[in-house]
Ligand binder design. Sequence first.
Ligand code: CDP
Ligand code: MG
Length: 138
Amino acid sequence: MERTLAIVKPDGVSRGLIGDVIKRIEGRGLKIVAAKMLHMNRAQAEGFYAVHRERPFFGDLTAFMSSGPAVAMVLAGENAIARWRELMGATDYRKAAEGTIRREFATDIEKNVVHGSDAPDTAAFEIGYFFNRFEIVA
Ligand code: CDP
Ligand code: MG
């Protein structure tokens, strides 16, 4: 069993896409073992995306991620990290495969509706960023 962090980003929440995203997660057989809605401030968004702090899009990205509420979830299952990234599709929705969340719903390379961890170490950091052990069900 592997765990990964999923986020419905502020564009997804404001556009009413929480249900669509959860439907796909559950439909794919991934288990939601923790969930919360939160509105990050700028510093919290910067901490979450610290790995990208040298990238040209860091300022815009952290402004966007702190622009409104988001829904953070922990997903569990075999190969959860790769399976969730497969459901999301490529970062750039124009390059994302047919049927993926980003291909269907993203409007922009930045406003791409969902986040997913990309490796076991980043998943552990990202899950711990939002959830303590009592907030994740067994
Ligand atoms: O989210 P993902 O892991 O697919 O992509 P990333 O390379 O880790 O980038 C994190 C986020 O930064 C993306 O999901 C986009 O919202 C944003 N981004 C951007 O605005 N412009 C780029 N050229 C690349 C990423
Ligand atoms: Mg990433």
